[in-house]
Design a binder for this molecule. Sequence first.
Ligand code: AMP
Length: 469
Amino acid sequence: MPKVKKNAIAEKIVSKKAIKKMRIEKPKDEPLVLQTLRGMKDILPEDQAYWEQVRRVSERLARDYGFSRIDVPLLEFANLFTRNIGGGTDIVEKEMYAFVTRGGDKVALRPEMTAGICRSFIQHGMHTLAKPVKLFSIGPVYRYDRPQEGRYREHYQANFDAFGEDDPILDAQIIQMAHRLAHCLGLRAIQIQVNSIGCAVCKKDYNNLLVNYLESKKTKLCQDCKRRLEINPLRVLDCKEDKCSQVAATAPQAVDHLCDDCRVHFKTLLEYLDELDLPYTINPRLVRGLDYYTKTVFEIWSGSEEGKKASLGGGGRYDKLIKMMGGEDTPAIGFAIGVERMIFEMKRVQAKSYKPMKPRVFLAQLGSLAKKKSLRLFSDLEKNGILTAESFGRGSLKSQLKIANRLGVELTLILGQKETLDGTVIIKNMTTGVQETVSMERLVDIIKKKLKTDNVVIYHNHDHDELIG
Ligand code: AMP
């Protein structure tokens, strides 16, 4: 494999010559490494209860707030991200998984979701839909960052974007929704940080002011920030290095240099947030470095001491992005939560996870004829919404009853040679041990009655409503 030059932006990452070489090179006899790549993880069945809870709560809130589901590809043309997220941002400069395809296209795994969703919005003419157009997505994003606790190279985001409305009431509703999402996942000590970084007009004036200030303190900045000063000075404000934080503490603040329109927009937003009684603070150093943000930016954090290390989610307005990409001028706002970070917090505070339904019936079979018939019987029970466990591979009744006991089912159905020939089934009550023989035709009705009907349906419409307190 040719060596890929680190830190080069996506479009320059692999030369044509290197691609050709890659194609003709014979596969080497490399040892099989049976491990996930660094910074990536399997989500195993035992972790799924939390994941399912996040998925279900996100989907439920998306529905309640009028968002439609959208899924866009993981892979897009690399310049969708390099042009729109912006040079000088870590995720474009250092962290893109970018490569050239066999057909010569420069592509990248999405490092965030908004750019792809905006591409889709324009491609499918969604500006003609009734506004605001609200889109929800959940899935993985990829950043070639240094893996550490809470920072993966593949992580999942639940992402919400709303297009076509510039009124700050939408900003307030989106922030409330982010807060509600955390609340519904069982996180109670949530803090919201908000800021306004202004529009294209005031952002430019403020940028000049900031650059002048930072130039005067250049010697006190870390190496990265010296570089950022040239390409993305706003990023200096949220650098984690101590010496840069000290410089940032006395830097001019965007909120003090907003144009009239942006000032009124921000002030109105704060009034709405007050009205909603949301626990917010203004953080004048919150900039969210991506180039496309304008006006409102916000993040949500765990309010507890242990949880203060990393943000749980964030977002903001990007009023000019659709136009910049070649679409109709369409204001927009969005946010994403990091699923892994939410789950980390949920586990830490012992929040509720999703409880899948457990089977209350076990189907046991004895003898080859009964075994054959039990396949169809299982399918009939499933079609009638009766969640049933089985152990078809086992022959002895004793071992099957042992499993039924372990699963804690209420009823075990026993189908033997005699029952199969008679068209009957034995129902054993696992609590009392009482057995009765019933006809196959009446079996479903009798089981439903015994289990008090409603509870046995696997997929019922109110499933989601039970999630949220
Ligand atoms: P961002 O797109 O950077 O604003 O990220 C949105 C949310 O995703 C953050 O608030 C985090 O919760 C989460 N997140 C960002 N980067 C990572 C990462 N490398 N690993 C895990 N979660 C992340």
